[in-house]
Write a protein that binds this ligand. Structure first.
Ligand SMILES: Nc1ncnc2c1ncn2[C@@H]1O[C@H](COP(=O)(O)OP(=O)(O)O)[C@@H](O)[C@H]1O
Ligand SMILES: [Mg+2]
Length: 411
């Protein structure tokens, strides 16, 4: 199977459910009942990634386990159950970067433990440059805010994590709920489907228009080319076909985005998952880059990769994560630390609502305004607004992270 082993020193009934969740994730779960059993396991194998310990039931024994995990040159991180009070003390405002150990308290779900183990593993494999996450939530307040749109790019190098869903619904939420003038740009020239899911068939694309120029066609910008959706959202599409995109010269596309900023409040850019020149030009023009991440290892890895690429490109401070398909049991703080970006919002799983709305060419905020997933997008939209225009703390939109009112934690 190739995944490492996890030793578990929990009471038997808890051990059984945790083992099961870990085994489902492909880990080898190894139950130890006494410190000498752990010693024997550690003597015989080197692929133990994490030790799950019970510091609440028998603190002294958990210390014995703990020292074994850190003896003989080993540095195996511990994931330890502690009392809720101890947890508060252990996690309150302390700088835990030096230690890879993690704590949790009862009651907990086996799924959340599995999740924590995944996060610890990814973190262990990620070279930490020590700078931590440098982001705070909130838009970049610039003096000319009122006159020029904020450009929000939505990107993760992995497909299927919700880039298009986030771009579309953020744009719709800003337009419909916050009365902003929004242009949604479908810059995914390979699999883009924004226009069709909004029921806008036969949109004249940027590639079409620019290809006509040598034949005497007019020079058209994004604003002129954009189609208007019944919600008020303007929608521009770079290309309807992955072929013949040569005309979409990256520098020109980026300049067209910049030119379209006048007269709009937001330009939301949905991107194809690649690091090509077009995307790099778009990154450069973006004020914020939202990174949707689903709580699974490939999506997290992709986000970590992008964080490193962004650092190299000098863009890291523009990045913020959107946790998509967020379910209970996920520790947002864990994801933030793992990925090294703050979470601006959580978006819950919305079943087939997106599909049903798209079948009618509408957005969820128009078609199913009372569904709670709209609160998530409203919270995200609110966090993109200039500070002065954000919802007061008492407003539901301010309680984005499923009721978490605080700003995202820093890594
Ligand atoms: N929170 C969610 N709840 C339900 N379905 C979702 C959610 N996020 C994404 N999806 C669905 O998952 C699929 C992939 O999402 P998409 O936004 O197209 O990803 P990407 O643009 O990153 O490839 C789509 O069918 C979309 O409707
Ligand atoms: Mg997409």
């Amino acid at each position: 199977m190739g995944r490492p082993g996890v030793v578990i020193a929990l009471p038997p009934e808890e051990e059984a459910v945790v083992s099961h969740a870990l085994a489902e994730a492909g880990f080898e779960a190894i139950h130890v009942r006494r410190p000498d059993e752990l010693e024997a396991v550690l003597a015989s194998r080197r692929d133990i990634a994490v030790g799950i310990l019970d510091g609440e039931t028998d603190f002294d024994e958990s210390l014995d386990y703990y020292s074994l995990l850190h003896a003989d040159g080993r540095e195996i991180p511990a994931l330890m159950v502690v009392s809720p009070r101890a947890l508060e003390r252990l996690t309150a405002g302390t700088d835990r970067t030096a230690v890879d150990d993690e704590y949790f308290s009862r009651p907990y779900s086996a799924e959340s433990i599995r999740w924590r183990v995944e996060a610890m593993l990814i973190r262990a494999q990620t070279v930490d440059d020590g700078s931590g996450a440098v982001l705070q939530g909130g838009p970049i307040d610039t003096g000319d805010w009122a006159h020029r749109a904020t450009v929000v790019a939505v990107f993760n190098p992995k497909g299927g994590v919700g880039k298009t869903t986030v771009a579309l619904n953020l744009a719709a939420s800003l337009q419909v709920r916050r009365g902003q003038h929004v242009l949604l740009l479908d810059a995914d020239t390979v699999t883009g489907h924004v226009a069709s899911s909004l029921g806008l068939e036969h949109v004249r694309t940027v590639a079409d228009a620019w290809a006509d120029e040598p034949e005497g066609g007019p020079r058209e910008g994004l604003a002129q080319l954009a189609a208007e959706h019944p919600s008020g959202l303007r929608v521009a599409v770079l290309s309807a076909s992955p072929l013949h995109t040569e005309v979409l010269e990256p520098v020109r596309v980026a300049a067209a985005v910049a030119a379209a900023r006048r007269g709009l409040d937001f330009i939301v850019v949905d991107m194809h998952p690649d690091y090509g020149q077009l995307n790099r030009s778009l990154f450069e023009r973006a004020d914020r880059i939202l990174v949707p991440v689903t709580p699974d290892v490939p999506a997290l890895r992709a986000a970590v990769q992008f964080r490193d690429v962004a650092a190299e490109l000098g863009l890291r401070e523009r990045l913020a994560m959107v946790v998509n398909r967020a379910n209970s049991g996920i520790s947002v703080a864990d994801m933030e630390r793992t990925v090294g970006m703050p979470a601006l919002a959580l978006v819950r799983s919305a079943g087939l609502l997106f599909v049903r709305a798209a079948n009618e060419g509408r957005t969820v905020v128009e078609r199913f305004p009372r569904e709670r997933v709209n609160d998530d997008f409203q919270a995200l939209a609110d966090r993109m607004m200039p500070q002065a225009q954000r919802a007061p703390a008492s407003h539901p939109a301010a309680r984005g992270l499923f009721g978490r009112t605080k700003e995202p934690v820093r890594a």
